[in-house]
Design a binder for this molecule. Structure first.
Ligand SMILES: *Cc1c(COP(=O)(O)O)cnc(C)c1O
Length: 254
């Protein structure tokens, strides 16, 4: 294992390693899993604009941020705007209703992965409807599900998720609902079998598909981070959100 300080971390190598690992897992997973090749979202939280640009130059296009203020700064950073014209931002943190307008106006916003209530969905839809002519694309959203049932985690209850899905699909025409997401409990010991958070998210996916007569491929599942994106892909994840394995150690937020 190479020891590097944070400043020296080789982002290009980190990205190549993760991309290669994703390919390996895809090749080796059982053929029963028919999910498409997952989208890699590089989670750049706490990392500076130069780091984002370095990953972009190495071919990465999708980036995730979980603090509104950081997304505001990076998405509008002059160097990123100039050098990363095709960048796509995912918001993956808790979104407060009063921040909705601020976030929706940001350049290159691609997806909000953390819709967890009717109220937030309504606010997003209303804001999109007002901004509509200015928005080049409909807003893609995922429903965040608190599969681990931890109080500290955001997300709607797994049991309540299918009806939120139904509600958004039926009523909120300015949102493009693409699927569901979970963060899950940290530090799961894989010697105990499959991760229950992933099992739970896939169960919600099945419930949604059955209720709406949909093919599983049409409902995205965002699950898997640095320590378990390979396990998530084995189970059929279609979006993985990877920070540390690409960008190196992240200092805890003060
Ligand atoms: C930070 C974060 C990640 C990435 O975590 P790593 O362990 O660094 O890969 C993924 N998803 C969310 C929602 C996050 O906040």
């Amino acid at each position: 294992m190479l020891r590097r300080t944070m400043a020296e971390f080789d982002v290009t190598a980190g990205l190549q390693h993760v991309t290669k690992r994703i390919e390996e897992v895809l090749q080796s997973r059982t053929k029963e899993i028919k999910s498409p090749k997952p989208l890699l979202v590089a989670v750049s939280k706490t990392k500076p604009a130069e780091t984002v640009i370095e990953a972009y130059k190495a071919g990465q296009r999708h980036f995730g941020e979980n603090y509104v203020q950081e997304l505001v700064e990076k998405s509008q950073h002059p160097d990123i705007l100039a050098q990363c014209a095709d960048i796509k931002w995912h918001f993956i943190g808790h979104l407060q209703g009063n921040k909705v307008n601020k976030v929706l106006k940001l350049p290159n916003l691609h997806m909000i992965q953390t819709v967890d209530s009717e109220k937030l969905a309504n606010s997003l839809d209303a804001a999109c409807s007002k901004l509509q002519p200015a928005l080049s694309e409909p807003l893609r959203v995922l429903i965040q599900i608190n599969t681990s049932g931890e109080d500290v985690k955001s997300g709607i209850d797994a049991v309540a998720a299918p009806s939120l899905y139904q509600y958004i699909k039926t009523n909120l025409k300015h949102l493009q609902l693409e699927g569901i997401m979970t963060i899950g409990a940290f530090g799961f010991d894989y010697s105990n079998g499959p991760n229950p958070d992933f099992v739970s998210l896939l169960k919600v996916q099945r419930a949604i598909c059955e209720a709406n007569d949909l093919k599983p491929e049409t409902v995205q599942v965002s699950m898997g981070m640095s320590n378990d994106y390979d396990k998530a892909i084995e189970m059929g994840s279609t979006i993985v959100r990877v920070g540390t394995s690409i960008f190196g150690y992240r200092a805890p937020k003060a």
